[in-house]
Write a protein that binds this ligand. Structure first.
Ligand code: PDD
Length: 284
């Protein structure tokens, strides 16, 4: 039997139901997180929960839980579901109210939901790399909020899937922003580059771990916008996310990325990333 969190309760997953007038269901009026679990331990849980609080606050949802309470609840959920290797999905919506665009004027209780999923590491793709397509970034101007409104991301990902590709690399005109569910990195002459964390991208937790690993290991790094031309001329390209880790990109729109194989800096960062996982969660 599997369990889920509904508000502050851990209940049987099949019993976890939300109202049809939940604003998350009707408007996507909420935010979420995906947290990785390795060896039964959460990876970068604090960073995810801090971003969760920040995302909630930025749309005016006051979390009725402290980070400590959320951590406790998620730990309990993970234990009850005996999750060793997988993810925890966590979301909060503004709550249930008669459908009307403005926020309800009466006090409503935000709906908190969490559940777990068993997901292995994508070891094969990590070894070989993945293929991608390019697509115009048609999202709104607050991509820093981890909002439930993922329609534009879904359209981009679907386009990639239809081309048999793993990810869609989004760009606003000439500027590369991020993947549909990942951050994008290039390497040129030994320098790692990725879009600065502003309103146009999600400040990925994996991205931040990678930037930190670069600094600690004397790998030159620049957080700045890079163009489609720079992407095309990069020595190496990779993407990063909670589930994809440090994933080499070997093809973009049918053309080789770099020399069409995972590059040495990407390989080094994969190695350092695994060491960081093992430092926090034990040997893989
Ligand atoms: N996606 N950018 C976007 C648009 C994302 O959706 C994600 C994560 C990232 C990487 O963030 P992080 O390193 O914190 O996972 C960047 C998650 C995994 C998802 O929606 O499933």
């Amino acid at each position: 039997m599997k369990f889920a969190i509904l508000n502050s309760q851990i209940i049987e997953r099949s019993e976890a139901r939300v109202d049809v007038e939940d604003r998350g269901y009707q408007f996507g009026d909420g935010v979420y997180e995906v947290i990785r679990v390795y060896n039964g331990r959460m990876f970068t849980a604090n960073e995810h929960l801090n971003r969760f609080v920040k995302s909630s606050a930025s749309i005016g949802i006051t979390l009725p839980y402290t980070i400590e309470q959320l951590t406790q609840l998620l730990e309990e959920l993970k234990e009850k579901n005996n999750l060793q290797l997988g993810t925890i999905y966590l979301q909060i919506t503004r709550g249930v109210a008669p459908r009307n665009h403005p926020f309800p004027t009466e006090e409503i209780v935000p709906t908190l939901v969490a559940y777990t999923k068993e997901v292995g590491r994508p070891v094969e793709s990590l070894a070989t790399g993945v293929t991608t397509i390019l697509t115009e970034d048609i999202r709104w101007l607050r991509c820093d909020i981890k909002s439930l409104n993922l329609l534009a991301n879904l359209l981009a990902k679907q386009k990639a899937a239809e081309e048999g590709c793993f990810e869609a690399i989004q760009h606003r005109g000439q500027d590369v922003t991020e993947g549909s569910s990942s951050n994008i990195f290039i390497v040129k002459n030994g320098t790692v580059m990725t879009h600065q964390s502003d309103n146009l991208i999600l400040k990925g937790i994996t991205k931040d771990v990678i930037l930190d690993l670069c600094l600690k290991n004397n790998i030159r790094v620049q957080e700045r916008t890079f163009t489609l031309d720079e992407l095309a001329q990069a020595d190496e390209v990779f993407l990063a996310s909670t589930t994809a880790e440090v994933m080499p990109i070997i093809e973009i729109d049918g053309k080789k990325a770099g020399d069409g194989q995972p590059g040495p800096v990407t390989r080094k960062l994969q190695e350092l990333f695994v060491q960081e996982i093992e430092r926090q969660c034990g040997n893989l």
